[in-house]
Design a protein around this ligand. Structure first.
Ligand code: ATP
Ligand code: MG
Length: 434
């Protein structure tokens, strides 16, 4: 994309309403604009990042065997009355009436809807297990929307729902998601800590929140430093092997248990290097048994012909919150530092002298070769402005084309994360950028 023709409205000034780095940088780099309290429009750069994150989330869900669907944002109140949650949910639910005065709502989550879809179509134990997911906008009328997309009212979530015949099966489904989540966060360049979460009245210990360490995070977390050595993508763990999954779960949770203060001191026995910090919740997984299947009358025929009530779990990832969380984890004084996997553009192409024949020719050549993955700064502005904007926007690479080098067919490549620069030929640069 040519920057002179793009809708990437960067800001020089720090917006007064933004309290944390990611919110400031998302506004300054032109990723988002607020349209109402806690509701944001995603501009081209932000939308590209959101789509890149969604793609990685989707690939890892698919790899785990989950199937993608798309459920609506608007739901009928009737379904939520069947589970008993319509009255229980409280003012965070946005309630709507249609022209026939029927009660509707903008979904804050989809357990009721998926249970209804499942009970309409699945009749036999042979069809289980299944895990269905979608990536869809949610609305929660948060008391205090803040920190930009980190705590919005409208936000994008990946939510998956598993159905199994019994507890043992549900545990396998749960562990699959745990592996898929750890791989997802690793690909996003994040270290996520699975923290044992409160299961409330349901009991049991099968709920984990995934926490990214960041000083501005809203959650307090205690964790074992040894945790950092686990590599979920190592090929050691397969989705198809329940014993691999059990081993993976074991390694992640004991003794590398991460908890908040409420949980048992015994978990920390044998932990040599206990650390504490603040973090951002980017995912939450939950086994809840028959909490919805039972009241909503979801039964299927078991192997012996008797009715079975499926055991369910739900698994959320805050896709839009992740954009903010990645920036919290990866930025400096100058701006964002995107991991290669989700950057809106692989590189900024900086023409230091637009109008100079040699500079223009080299830039056009690179632009045509790298194509849509490069943001070509062809504006007539000063070099300083272009460098500052490229640092702010956080492209992993900067390709700098100036008149002196251009005359000799050479350009400079700068790596945003390290500041490392190298003087290379055009051919070398093209090869390195793929
Ligand atoms: P929180 O404790 O942060 O309010 P939650 O426990 O209510 O979140 P879940 O119902 O577990 O959220 O939703 C799954 C994921 O969706 C969360 O882990 C989080 O990443 C994301 N999420 C939840 N609420 C918001 C929000 N208001 N804005 C952005 N993302 C959100
Ligand atoms: Mg949660």
């Amino acid at each position: 994309m040519r920057l002179s023709r793009s809708f990437v409205p960067t800001l020089k000034e720090t917006p007064a309403e933004a309290q944390i780095a990611s919110h400031r940088l998302m506004l300054r780099a032109g990723l988002i604009r607020q349209t109402a309290a806690g509701i944001y429009a995603w501009l081209p750069a932000g939308w590209r990042v959101l789509q890149n994150i969604t793609r990685i989330v989707r690939e890892e869900q698919d790899a785990s065997g989950a199937q993608e669907i798309l459920m609506p944002t608007i739901q009928s109140a009737e379904l939520w009355r069947q589970s008993g949650r319509y009255d229980a949910y409280g003012p965070e639910m946005l309630r709507i009436r249609d022209r026939h005065d029927r009660e509707m709502l903008y979904g804050p989550t989809n357990e009721e809807m998926i249970t209804d879809l499942f009970r309409q179509s699945v009749k036999s134990y042979r069809e289980l297990p299944q895990n269905l997911y979608h990536v869809q906008w949610k609305f929660r009328d948060e008391v205090r929307p803040r920190f930009g997309v980190m705590r919005g009212r409208e936000f994008l979530m990946k939510d998956a729902y598993s159905f199994d015949l019994d507890y043992e099966g549900a545990v396998v489904s749960y562990r699959k998601m745990m592996l898929a989540y750890m791989r997802t966060f690793q690909r996003l360049g994040l270290k996520a800590i699975p923290m044992l979460a409160d299961t409330g009245p349901i009991g049991g210990n099968l709920s984990h929140e995934f926490i990214i360490l960041a000083p501005t995070g809203e959650s307090q977390v205690y964790y074992d430093a040894a945790f950092e050595q686990i590599d979920p993508a190592s090929g050691e763990f397969s989705f198809d092997s329940p014993s691999d999954l059990a081993r993976f779960y074991q390694r992640l949770t004991t003794p590398y248990a991460a908890t908040d203060e409420k949980h048992d001191a015994a978990l920390w026995e044998g932990v040599a290097d206990k650390r504490e910090g603040r973090g951002i919740e980017v995912g939450h997984i939950f086994y809840f048994g028959t909490k919805y299947s039972e009241p909503m009358g979801l039964t299927i025929a078991g192997a012996d012909g008797k009715p079975v009530v499926p055991h369910m779990g739900s698994y959320g990832i805050g896709v839009s919150r992740l954009v903010g969380a990645v920036i919290e984890a990866s930025h400096d004084e100058q701006g964002i530092i995107w991991p290669d996997s989700i950057a809106p553009w692989k590189a900024a192409l900086i023409n230091l002298k637009s109008g100079d024949a040699a500079c223009d020719a080299i830039c056009e050549e690179i632009y045509h070769h790298v194509g849509a993955d490069v943001l070509y700064d062809d504006r007539p502005d000063r070099a300083g402005v272009k460098f500052a904007d490229a640092d702010l926007m956080g492209h992993p690479w900067q390709i700098v084309v100036g008149p002196r080098g251009a005359a000799a067919g050479r350009i400079e490549l700068k790596r945003r994360a390290t500041g490392e620069r190298s003087d290379v030929t055009v051919a070398d640069a093209l090869q390195r950028l793929g």
